[in-house]
Design a protein around this ligand. Structure first.
Ligand code: XLS
Ligand code: NI
Ligand code: NI
Length: 438
């Protein structure tokens, strides 16, 4: 079989003393943390779109990516060769999962039939490569934002035909995800939003989106697909406002339209930033609703106001993420999916390895640090203590629903003044975290 990364061997764990840039210093797949291996905890996933389709262009200049296996054409032969290159890359990296959009893997044809035939042909190659390598599909999705027919949106388009086309496309994308044994399917509403409310019937569009998702759930059941459905929140870009603007907005939408039982959230770091939140805020919001499913692991640049999708390198960030995920009890169907791209200046194939090795090591460090913080116990104990007034007495009665406003008035009249507050000790806690990061 042809090799597309001849100069690069399998990436191995060499530990902290290694100076080999293409080795893991922290990610040791078989090392156990809190009773599971790192591989089981982190469930790393490579995204097809940024890693194998992104030419690294920007609004000011052409693509710079050097990808010797890709002849730049939309031919089926090129698409199939790309699959081989992708699986060689993922196997050498040791990533157990990948994710794709339908249009990332196979070219569009002149008709939907022709497009679906192309997709089926490439899916056969994906299947072969999955079997050969043991790499699995974390989730599939449909690209409902690139084609001009979706200019006004897909499930929220003013044009019913665009909605119908999107439904046909998603039907097929769910079917191929099922065929490939995917553990999930993502809905990211790239153009499900508006540019101006002057031309937008917001209520009608939201109703349509809900109708679309209900049809997706029906189809999922019909074909027996057991994977998890996710919604991926993002506030803007490409639209001015997207309906799935953040975790809270998604949860409200899902609850309002009776979809919460069938969806979880796929939370992305850079989207949290664009929404004016921290990743930790988004994760905790999803977890509080029992709805965190998976994460798109990347990071933005605070000086650039768009979705720069950089690889995560900040250990503080990954520590916070892993603290939340461990507290939740770990990922099940989801994973740590690197929805991230190398910079335009990092155009060589080797850069794809550096980027992923760095992201994986940063998450492995975050995992180990979070586990150490949990084993130490002081952070959790502080939070437990902080809420101890709710464990007995009046607090316990309120929590149990056994107190009315009248009871609480009588209680305070009897007592005179509330018990004094204790310090929140934010700085102490920040220092505590740094003790483990150092
Ligand atoms: C774009 C989104 C997208 C989804 C998949 O900003 O992150 O890549 O993850 O459609
Ligand atoms: Ni994403
Ligand atoms: Ni994104």
């Amino acid at each position: 079989m042809a090799s597309y990364f001849k100069n690069i061997g399998p990436i191995r764990y060499e530990g902290l003393s290694s100076k080999n840039p293409l080795a893991f210093k922290h990610y040791n797949p078989d090392e156990r943390v809190e009773g599971k291996t790192m591989k089981e905890h982190l469930r790393f996933s490579v995204v097809y779109w940024h890693t194998f389709r992104n030419r690294l262009s920007d609004p000011f200049g052409a693509g710079t990516a050097v990808r010797p296996w890709d002849d730049g054409t939309e031919s089926l032969a090129n698409a199939k060769r790309r699959v081989r290159a992708a699986f060689e890359f993922m196997q050498k990296l040791g990533a157990p999962f990948y994710a794709f959009h339908d249009r990332d893997v196979a070219p569009e044809g002149a008709t939907l039939q022709a497009t679906n035939r192309n997709l089926d042909a490439v899916v056969q190659v994906l299947k072969e490569e999955q079997e050969r390598t043991g790499i699995r599909l974390l989730w599939g999705t449909a690209c409902l934002f690139a084609h001009p027919r979706y200019a006004h949106g897909a499930a929220t388009s003013c044009n019913a035909d665009a909605f119908a086309y999107a439904a046909a496309q998603v039907k097929k994308a769910i079917e191929v995800t099922h065929e490939l044994g995917g553990s999930g399917y993502v809905f990211w509403g790239g153009r499900e939003g508006y540019s101006t409310l002057l031309n937008t019937d917001l209520k009608r569009e939201l109703d349509h989106l809900a109708r679309f998702l209900h049809m997706a759930v029906d189809h999922k059941k019909k074909i027996g697909f057991k994977g998890q459905f996710y919604i991926e929140p993002k506030p803007k870009e490409p639209t001015k406002h997207q309906y799935d603007s953040d975790a809270a907005a998604c949860l409200n939408f899902l609850r309002q339209y009776d979809l919460l039982g069938d969806f979880k959230l796929n939370v992305e770091t850079n989207h949290a930033t664009l929404a004016g939140h921290t990743m930790q805020h988004e994760l905790e919001t999803a977890i509080a609703a029992g709805a965190l499913g998976s994460i798109d692991a990347n990071t933005g640049d605070l000086l650039l106001g768009w979705d720069t999708d950089q690889f995560p390198t900040n250990v503080y960030l990954t520590t916070e993420v892993m603290l939340s995920i461990l507290k939740m009890g770990g990922l099940t169907t989801g994973g740590v999916n690197f929805d991230a791209k190398v910079r335009r200046e990092s155009f060589e194939p080797e850069d794809l390895f550096h980027a992923h090795v760095g992201g994986m090591d940063t998450f492995a460090r975050g995992l180990k640090i979070a586990a150490a913080i949990r084993a130490d116990g002081r952070l959790a104990e502080f939070v437990r203590q902080r809420y101890s007034s709710w464990d007995s007495g009046i607090g316990a009665r309120i929590e149990a629903g056994k107190a009315s406003f009248q009871d609480l008035e009588a209680y305070i009249l009897r007592k005179g003044e509330a018990a004094p507050n204790a310090s929140g000790r934010q700085e102490f806690l920040e220092n505590l975290i740094n003790e483990f990061i150092a």
